[in-house]
Design a protein around this ligand. Structure first.
Ligand code: 5GP
Length: 175
């Protein structure tokens, strides 16, 4: 499949994603069985993962959104800027940050530090994908659906210069 100038091939099918996300949600339901959870979804990419995970959560839960940007084309730029911030207080709340993909870890590190300043009761991280070969951060990814090779992916919320977010499956750049 061609998006802009690049060829992509199917990598993880929608049904498989749904099964894995349900398993991750079950872990969260177990760990937070006596708590309320405040999810903070990192826009844009995490919106589909956040929605599907959220539908499987059975403990009392809230969803918040934070918009950041660090990618240009198919390369992580390393510089992260907040575009839309949080409007609700996170003080003494149990927070789970939701990311679509952790690549170099710069975005996660930035968001984690910003949220830590808000004095929450706890912070954990859930990510759909992690590229362990690119990850240089020290923040633990507490809930992870897939570790993937260091190749550009798109679909299921993830884009290539704006396109591809609507795809139900995850695709990988053809080598
Ligand atoms: P990091 O700051 O960890 O290098 O990159 C994290 C952000 O870059 C993610 O939230 C995501 O938006 C974007 N990103 C990282 N890797 C990929 C990728 O393979 N494909 C796409 N579409 N976006 C990526």
């Amino acid at each position: 499949m061609k998006i802009h100038d690049k060829e992509f091939e199917i990598f993880i099918a929608h049904e498989e994603l749904q099964e894995k996300i349900a398993i991750t949600a079950a872990e969260i339901n177990m760990d937070y069985h006596d708590k309320e959870v405040h999810f903070i979804s990192i826009l844009n990419g995490a919106f589909m993962f956040s929605a599907d995970l959220f539908k499987n959560i059975t403990v009392p839960c809230y969803m918040h959104f934070l918009k950041v940007r660090s990618y240009e084309g198919t390369q992580s730029s390393g510089a992260v800027s907040n575009i839309i911030g949080l409007t609700d207080s996170m003080e003494h709340k149990h927070v789970i940050i939701l990311e679509d993909i952790v690549d170099t870890g710069a975005t996660m590190q930035h968001v984690y530090r910003e949220i830590a300043k808000l004095n929450p009761a706890s912070i954990k991280v859930a990510s759909l994908l992690l590229k362990p070969d690119a990850y240089g951060g020290d923040i633990k990814i507490n809930y992870l659906c897939y570790s993937i090779p260091n190749k550009f992916v798109l679909g299921y919320g993830l884009d290539y210069d704006g396109l591809g977010r609507n795809l139900k499956d995850i695709y990988q750049l053809k080598s």
